[in-house]
Write a protein that binds this ligand. Structure first.
Ligand code: SHN
Ligand code: NAI
Length: 205
């Protein structure tokens, strides 16, 4: 079964990570990248987790009351029975859950992704082969580069003005297409004056 790639806002969402090993660390790094509010619970945590800034650490095994505030949960212990139990609790409480050792215990899974600014490409193999997922990430990296992230930011910053100044959706699309074409060739040529000239063209046409 293929998974639907739902893009979700994680900023400030309360994320509970249970487990403090290498895999928990990898998940925490991803969640930090998307600005989640992270609490880790484990009796022992590897040094790298103990050194991460601005996360909450609780050194013990989990209890059911830990789930009360959670928007979502990562079960990342090295014990399949415990991860399964965490998943069951979450399902009962209708909290989205990821279990690192068993996709049947996941209501969502982690992709491999590339992120530049707000542009994100994410891949999944439905849990069949994380290595294929990783391979796809590496393939997209040369195309999803810094310039593309910057270009998205420029196009994004023009959406309000385009909506208010350019009459039809069709013309707006042509406007964005022209900017995209120019930006893909040479992002530095998209400075303010050039953009203004292009906007003018679409207003008067
Ligand atoms: C279902 C899923 C649930 C989830 O974790 O969300 C899951 C499950 C499992 N992974 C396992 C193994 C490995 N996982 C990786 C790597 C990654 N795994 C990630 C996601 C996912 N892994 C979800 C599905 C993603 C998809 O749809 O493809 C990535 C993409 C994202 C991330 O972790 O953030 C990240 C790459 C990050 C990057 O580089 O971008 C490697 C490679 C490596 O370590 O270098 C290996 C060893 C090679 C191998 O086994 O293939 C095992 C067996 C453990 C065992 O055998 O004991 C299970 C459990 C099982 O298969 O039952
Ligand atoms: N999803 C993925 O991408 C991958 C998943 N895995 C799976 O991830 C699992 C975890 O791997 P590692 O992080 O390397 O293990 P690890 O042994 O480094 O860490 C396990 C952690 O779980 C904690 N823990 C154990 N019982 C707990 C409890 N009751 N409450 C809270 N914390 C508890 C331990 O204190 C420790 O911090 C493995 O069993 C493996 O099956 C492995 C590779 C990739």
């Amino acid at each position: 079964m293929a998974y639907f790639p739902m893009f979700v806002q994680l900023k400030k969402k309360k994320c509970l990570v249970i487990g403090g090993g290498k895999i928990a660390l990898r998940k925490i790094e991803v969640l930090k990248d998307f600005e989640a509010d992270i609490t880790v619970i484990a009796p022992e945590m590897i040094t790298q987790i103990r050194q991460i800034d601005q996360i909450c650490r609780i050194f013990r095994t989990f209890m059911e009351k830990d789930f009360n505030e959670a928007d979502f949960v990562i079960a990342a212990t090295d014990d399949q029975k415990i991860n399964h139990e965490i998943s069951q609790i979450c399902r009962r409480k209708k909290i989205p859950v990821n279990a690192v050792d068993q996709k049947e215990d996941c209501s969502f899974i982690f992709p491999s992704y590339v992120k530049e600014g707000e542009v994100v490409a994410a891949f999944s193999s439905g849990g069949q082969s994380p290595l294929i997922t990783q391979y796809l990430k590496e393939k997209i990296k040369p195309d999803l580069n810094k310039e593309l992230g910057q270009l998205a930011q420029i196009l994004g910053s023009l959406r309000k003005i385009a909506k208010s100044c350019i009459a039809t959706e069709q013309e707006r699309k042509a406007f964005y297409k022209e900017l995209l074409q120019i930006g893909l060739e040479d992002i530095d040529s998209l400075e303010e004056q050039r953009i203004n000239e292009i906007i003018q063209k679409y207003i008067s046409e």
